[in-house]
Design a protein around this ligand. Structure first.
Ligand SMILES: NC(=O)c1ccc[n+]([C@@H]2O[C@H](COP(=O)([O-])OP(=O)(O)OC[C@H]3O[C@@H](n4cnc5c(N)ncnc54)[C@H](O)[C@@H]3O)[C@@H](O)[C@H]2O)c1
Length: 329
């Protein structure tokens, strides 16, 4: 398999990042895109010279791709992933993997039954800042990780957000599902552990939809790392900062692209150079291609995707019961 034949299902906001990554890949033949929205299809056809379809099943029957990238609203992930797996296609589905853990299980079973790879687009694993942060944490040079403090504030209910994100029945939830999954991912991926306990307090004051707009989370991992996560989306000043405190220093992630280190001696944070590392979506797509062509281990397996959805589910359970919850996969 010299060239991987690929298609995309869903031509919305995030599809653009995947299309660009495929376009620059010499190992990829980008065939077609499916969406219900004709204007979006026309834009893709003009920008990427792809064939377009309104019906993704017709596209896959006609094009017979090796890999399908699914960038649909959350409530459609399960059905689309299982159907594509049954056609023998490898799948990269956007995060969050699905609406709940039961759906993730069914998707993982379908992938195993059909012998295909299922990946979940936790693309932060390929942020240059995250790759370097993981190297530093794993090297042990800053000692043992004690805690993570994460703050993500924004206007979650901004007018440009597609309506389905704010309907619980279609999105599975609000700021927790959507932005919180990135915070949970940072905690699990960078500390090489899994969240196993959660205490959560949410609010529902958004002026659109029926999803939560804030969450205060206290989490603990299997390695004994404690984390506090503050998510607030009622038009706050934008903030996206994560600090890891260790026995011998500190790391700070700022937004998607900056990393700072305090080594316990210098008296202040210093910038860490990440300029040698590749662009995020290109690196994610290369990882997917390596898994398909060379059976290499994926940084974004669907077992991992399920572990994030399991924490999200425990967060909603904790808010509903007012009690700490164990995470169950
Ligand atoms: N990794 C990230 O940082 C990141 C960022 C944004 C979005 N996402 C994820 O990507 C996914 C898509 O989000 P988005 O922001 O692109 O949403 P979006 O609403 O912009 O795009 C979704 C597209 O799916 C199309 N669609 C809906 N039903 C369809 C169907 N039955 N067949 C074909 N097309 C259909 C819609 O017309 C729309 O164009 C979600 O899982 C979201 O959480 C991830």
């Amino acid at each position: 398999m010299n060239q991987i034949r690929a298609v995309i299902v869903g031509a919305g906001a995030i599809s653009e990042n995947h299309l660009k990554a495929m376009q620059v890949s010499s190992r990829t033949e980008l065939l077609a895109v499916a969406d219900l929205d004709q204007q979006r299809l026309d834009r893709c056809a003009a920008a990427y010279s792809v064939r377009t379809y309104r019906d993704y099943k017709a596209m896959i029957r006609q094009e017979r791709p090796d890999v399908v990238v699914i960038t649909l609203p959350h409530f459609l992930h399960k059905e689309a992933v299982i159907w594509c797996a049954e056609q023998g296609c490898h799948v990269l589905v956007e995060k969050p993997m699905a609406m709940n853990v039961q759906e993730c299980r069914e998707m993982n079973e379908a992938a195993a039954r059909n012998g295909v790879i299922l990946a979940v687009g936790h693309m932060q694993h390929y942020f240059p800042s995250m790759i370097r942060a993981r190297e530093i944490l794993r090297s042990g040079r800053l000692g043992k990780v004690i805690m993570m403090n994460d703050r993500r504030w924004c206007n979650y209910f901004h007018p440009d957000r597609p309506a389905w994100f704010l309907e619980r029945a279609k999105s599975g939830g609000g700021i927790v599902v959507n932005l919180g999954s990135h915070s949970l991912d940072k905690l699990q991926w960078l500390t090489d552990s899994r969240v196993d306990k959660v205490k959560a307090s949410l609010t529902y004051y958004g002026d659109r939809g029926d999803v939560e707009g804030s969450a205060n989370l206290f989490l603990e991992t299997t390695e004994g790392v404690a984390a506090s996560v503050s998510l607030c989306g009622y038009g706050q000043l934008y903030l996206n900062e994560t600090e890891f405190l260790l026995t011998g220093g500190q790391l700070k992630l700022l937004g998607s692209d900056q990393l700072r280190i305090y080594d316990g001696h210098s008296g202040e944070y210093e910038a860490v150079d990440t300029s040698d590392l590749p662009e995020t979506f290109t690196a994610q797509w290369e990882d997917m291609l390596n898994a398909v062509q060379h059976s290499s281990e994926l940084g974004i397996s669907a077992e991992y995707g399920q572990s994030i959805t399991a924490v999200v589910e425990a967060i909603y359970r904790s808010h509903a019961t007012g009690r700490e919850q164990a995470v169950t996969n």
